[in-house]
Design a protein around this ligand. Structure first.
Ligand code: G16
Length: 543
């Protein structure tokens, strides 16, 4: 610990004065501005590990952001995002002067009653994505960990959800799975192949999926996965990074926001496509119909499909289970109606950010959560997992009940419960489609999305926008919400909201309406209000 300031001064000084905040998914900014932040997060990870008496994870990625950006987030012992209460420590530690580093570390330790001289040397799991800045930044993390008396276990390149998974495996003494990359593929592929074997013959379902890997880490990892899946799933990988830039005109975020195919893929009717994002924690599906029209199946459609599958299995197994679904304000209105009215599954809405969805999903026995952008998973409480396991071998139940319970047991192993995982989610979707014998067009027919549009507006200071009601209403700047309400009231089925992004320096605008024309018009009008009332800079918003 005595070396903290000396190493900071010598190797990782804070050279600028720019304030940086631990946002929706950790710190995100230009990779060139992050060296001192990485060093300090190495230190914070050791403090957190000492407090928890557990392995903590550090993931270096800026996920869907452009290649020149990078970022870092800490992963808590069960593989979940860093506890919110610690985000303020992260922000404080990232922004103090080098000469205040030690005093800040001591302040955090004293508040949290961490014994800095305990003599223990916690292990910190670290991994990074394919960005060129990731390796040097990981060296800064290593220096921070070592200066604080911890030791680094460096996994090198992993997808974000793989790192989350490793942390959970380690802290459950490998009960959750083996904390190696091979262990990850083995667990998922074993569950996948078993579920495939119990499916009947399919007519419509095709076991081929064409994947746009955003020129990111998901390409390499999906290739490894293929060798474990054998012929149970045929994955064709494109945008694998050999010939294009990370997230550039491709990937899940591009496809979702632009509502069009990524570069690098020519869509053919009758085929099924999916896009990962840069660190493979999000996935969306899509296809073109015979008339050449593009159709997107986003996180809402995935959530609906998965919820219907789980609900069927739960009801067939005769178990009483509190199944619920968590969405954000971005969820398409039609999806919420379908899930609550047709599936009869309760839906709650929380602010953007996986940490919020995850926390709320934990309150259900089985909590399905998905952001519309394709980031989501399913959580099973310990009690319900046990209940399902016992039902699978309960001789007092019927064969059908036991069979459904054992299918649920296997499905639990297919799901990465730590965080949204494009690879695990893809496998789950493929299983549900196979089980229900659906092609992508039939899946799409579950409900019809309301036309929608997302825009970004650059403002001088995005913190001038403050929201409430799970980000559905703006309370600041004065007058903005009244203007949004007024514009929305003129459009059939209109809905719109604005919120500051936690990962990019922009304000995001969402609008939906009865027609695409009206959704586009509403989005532009709301964006113009944001531009005028919240200090817009640069070009005025347009489509
Ligand atoms: C991250 C978060 C997501 C969030 C997204 C956009 O995704 O993990 O929960 O929806 O950023 O957040 P914002 O609108 O605040 O910029 P990723 O895939 O970039 O890690």
């Amino acid at each position: 610990m005595e070396r903290i300031e000396e190493v900071a001064n010598r190797l990782h000084p804070r050279t600028g004065t720019k304030f940086i905040q631990y946002g929706t998914a950790g710190f995100r900014t230009k990779g060139s501005e992050l060296d001192h932040v990485m060093y300090r997060m190495g230190i914070l990870a050791v403090l957190r590990a000492k407090l928890k008496g557990a392995t903590i994870g550090v993931m270096i990625t800026a996920s869907h952001n452009p290649e020149e950006d990078n970022g870092i987030k800490l992963v808590d012992p069960m593989g979940e995002m860093l506890e919110s209460a610690w985000e303020k420590y992260a922000t404080e530690l990232a922004n103090v002067n080098d000469s205040e580093l030690m005093i800040t570390v001591k302040k955090i330790a004293s508040k949290e009653q961490i014994d800095l001289n305990s003599g223990t040397s916690p292990v910190i799991f670290c991994a990074y994505d394919t960005r060129p800045s990731s390796i040097p930044l990981s060296e800064a993390v290593r220096d921070g960990i070592e200066a604080a008396g911890g030791s680094l276990c460096n996994f090198g390149k992993l997808t974000t959800p793989q790192l989350h998974y490793m942390v959970r495996c380690k802290n459950t003494d490998n009960c959750y799975g083996t904390s190696t990359e091979e262990g990850y593929y083995q667990k998922l592929s074993l569950a996948f192949i078993k579920l495939r074997q119990i499916q009947g013959q399919t007519q419509k379902y095709q076991n081929t999926v064409v994947v746009d890997a955003a020129n990111g880490i998901g390409a390499e990892k999906a290739k490894f996965l293929k060798t474990y899946l054998k012929d149970s799933l045929n994955i064709e990988i494109h945008n694998d990074g050999t010939n294009g830039r990370l997230n550039y005109l491709c990937g899940a975020d591009y496809v979702k926001v632009q509502q069009k195919a990524p570069n690098g893929l020519t869509l053919k009717a009758g085929s099924k496509y999916a896009s990962f994002d840069g660190d493979a924690d999000r996935i969306v599906y899509y296809y073109v119909d015979n008339g050449g029209t593009f159709h997107l199946l986003d996180g809402d459609k995935i959530a609906s499909l998965v919820a219907s599958y789980l609900q069927t299995l739960v009801s067939e197994s005769g178990l009483t289970v509190n199944l619920g679904l968590v969405q954000t304000a971005y969820a398409n209105g039609s999806s919420t109606d379908f899930i609550t009215q047709t599936l009869q599954v309760p839906v709650v809405c929380v602010p953007t950010g996986v940490k919020h969805l995850h926390a709320r999903a934990l309150q259900f026995d089985i909590g399905v959560y998905f952001e519309a952008n394709g980031h989501g998973t399913v959580l099973f409480s310990d009690a319900v997992t046990e209940k399902i396991r016992s039902a699978a071998s309960d001789v007092n139940l019927t064969d059908k009940q036991r069979k459904s319970a054992s299918e649920l047991c296997i499905a639990i192993n297919l799901i990465n419960q730590t965080v949204g995982d494009a690879i695990s989610d893809m496998l789950l979707v493929e299983i549900v489609l196979g089980t229900q014998d659906l092609d992508i067009e039939n899946w799409d027919k579950m409900y019809t999305d309301l036309p929608n549009r997302q825009l970004k507006v650059k403002v001088q200071d995005r913190t001038v926008i403050e929201t409430t009601d799970a980000e559905r209403r703006a309370v600041k700047p004065a007058g903005l919400q009244e203007n949004v309400d007024n514009l929305v009231s003129k459009v059939p089925n209109g809905r719109s909201f604005v919120r500051p992004s936690g990962t990019e320096d922009v304000v995001r605008i969402y609008a939906e309406a009865d027609t695409q024309q009206n959704a586009d018009k509403l989005a532009v009008e709301v964006a113009l209000k944001v531009y005028d009332l919240a200090g817009g800079v640069g070009d005025k918003p347009h489509l």
